[in-house]
Ligand binder design. Structure first.
Ligand code: GDP
Length: 473
């Protein structure tokens, strides 16, 4: 790689290294100081790209208050399987997206925008469920402003409903409850509302703060009310962005298209993405060749909260990668290469693990962290509750244990995803992780601990928490 960049022969570089006392092969990694030495020996000039250089290029714009303008909310639909997430997304799209005169058909690009009868624009992410939500968050992309929690009125609160609630809470994203399938004779919306109380979701009909709307994805009943509820929630949030700057956005979907090459759907979060813009996205870079909206039409620019297909990438990025427009192609290439090398190095080192020990070390280094996040999975509801109660008693004003999620059953990939996103270990009580969860946990460096005695589990968490405590003194 180094030889390549200097346009020298690999053999010559290896020889130079050997003459400096480094017995290396051509695929070996060398440190930056050695590389610099060799570069100078060959008569070239070394420019070091560091994390801070990369950030300088990207984070050079500070948005002033007066530059900020209102932007549409970005909405994710979550809920238990079969409660109607997909049906609801389809119903909203069919009711509100007017097929354009030219194109005619709406395209699936991973997100779409609708305009309510009162003129509010809303952006919906088209991938329902919390797996996508969590994996995006784990990659550092915070795209969702509002979660619509779908609960079927004939089924009430189910395990994945609870998971969705916990995911939304962990991400500190406000929720709106859509009580779906209201057309069914056996629909019992009251049961949904009372069930939700047990999970600390108090809806307006129960004198709480969380908006609840009865809907039917099948008949379309209540859809307009739901959209207005979302618009109202968005108004409360006062969502704003500066449209007049280099664009920044998050990849929602990406694929390698046979005809068009790598294609990514990007949700613009700041600034305006324009045709011809040069950008870096994760470990890839490119120049915007074309922008295509959710109606399948070519557009020349996309502002905040607008989802758009981007053509002109040199490789396929991953969902959750951040896109930044930069000034020059050289910058874009440099940053992409730097990131690629950094992630290679990271993969080579043993993962950035989240262990209890590391949480303690982090707390010591960063005095503001006084919260110990954990996930609890147990064999029966009674044990899970007992553990959560014990956890809540640990800690004082300076430190507390936060149970992000507790549930019954084997530890799954979803649990690992949430744990990774929040930097939490998973405590299993009389349960094991399934094979895919174990693999993912190993890859992502998420710690899973197994217990068969509640006392031992509580004791370990106490020890970790007291580690946090002593760090404060
Ligand atoms: P998802 O798994 O949450 O995405 O759920 P789907 O959207 O796939 O819906 C699951 C099933 O419930 C499908 O058979 C839908 O036709 C049905 N369904 C969804 N919404 C409604 C509704 O409002 N009323 C009735 N009666 N059925 C619905």
């Amino acid at each position: 790689e180094l030889a390549n960049r200097m346009a020298e022969r690999v053999g010559a570089v290896v020889k130079a290294l050997m003459q400096n006392g480094m017995m290396v092969t051509q695929n070996q990694t060398i440190d930056a100081d050695t590389a610099e030495l060799i570069i100078e020996e060959f008569g070239h000039r070394a420019i070091r790209v560091s994390d801070s250089d990369v950030e300088d290029v990207i984070a050079s714009v500070e948005d002033r208050d007066e530059d900020l303008q209102p932007r549409p909310p970005v909405v994710t639909i979550m809920g238990h399987v079969d409660h109607g997430k997909t049906s609801l997304l389809d119903a909203i799209r069919n009711a509100k997206v007017v097929a354009s005169e030219a194109g005619g058909i709406t395209q699936h690009i991973g997100a779409y925008q609708v305009t309510t009868d009162n003129g509010s624009v809303l952006t919906f992410l088209d991938t329902p469920g919390h797996a996508a939500f969590t994996s995006m968050r784990a990659r550092g992309a915070h795209v969702t402003d509002i979660v619509v929690l779908v609960v079927a009125a004939d089924d009430a609160v189910m395990p994945q409903t609870v998971e969705a609630i916990n995911h939304a809470k962990a991400a500190k994203v406000p929720m709106i409850v859509a009580i779906n399938k209201i057309d069914k004779p056996q629909a019992n919306p009251t049961k949904v509302r009372t069930d939700l109380l047990q999970h600390e979701v108090v809806v307006e009909a129960m004198s709480g703060e969380v908006q609840d709307v009865e809907v039917s994805a099948l008949t379309g009943e209540g859809l307009d009310e739901l959209l207005e509820a979302i618009a109202l929630q968005a108004e409360i949030l006062e969502l704003k962005a500066n449209p007049n700057r280099f664009a920044e956005g998050a990849v929602i979907e990406a694929k390698l298209d046979v005809g068009r090459g790598p294609v990514a759907t990007v949700l613009v979060q700041k600034g305006t993405l324009k045709q011809g813009d040069i950008f870096v996205v994760g470990e890839q870079w490119g120049k915007v060749r074309a922008l295509i909206d959710d109606k399948g039409e070519r557009i020349t620019e996309a502002g905040p909260s607008v989802p758009v297909e981007v053509l002109g990438l040199n490789g396929t990025p991953e969902a959750g990668d951040v896109l930044n427009v930069v000034e020059t192609e050289a910058q874009a290439r440099e940053i992409a290469e730097y990131r690629e090398n950094a992630s290679k190095a990271k993969r080579a080192a043993v993962g950035a693990a989240t262990t209890l020990d590391q949480l303690m070390a982090k707390a010591k280094a960063d005095e503001t962290v006084a919260e110990l996040p954990i996930l609890v999975k147990a064999d029966v509801q009674g044990s899970a509750e007992a553990i959560v109660q014990a956890m809540e008693k640990i800690g004082n004003d300076e430190v507390r244990v936060r149970v992000l999620h507790s549930g019954v059953g084997a530890i799954t990939e979803t649990d690992v995803g949430l744990a990774e996103a929040s930097g939490a270990p998973i405590m299993g009580f009389n349960v094991r992780a399934n094979a895919s969860a174990r693999n993912t946990a190993n890859q992502k460096g998420v710690e899973i601990r197994y217990y068969s005695v509640i006392y031992d589990l509580v004791d370990d968490v106490k020890k970790a928490a007291s580690g946090l405590l002593s760090a404060e003194i």
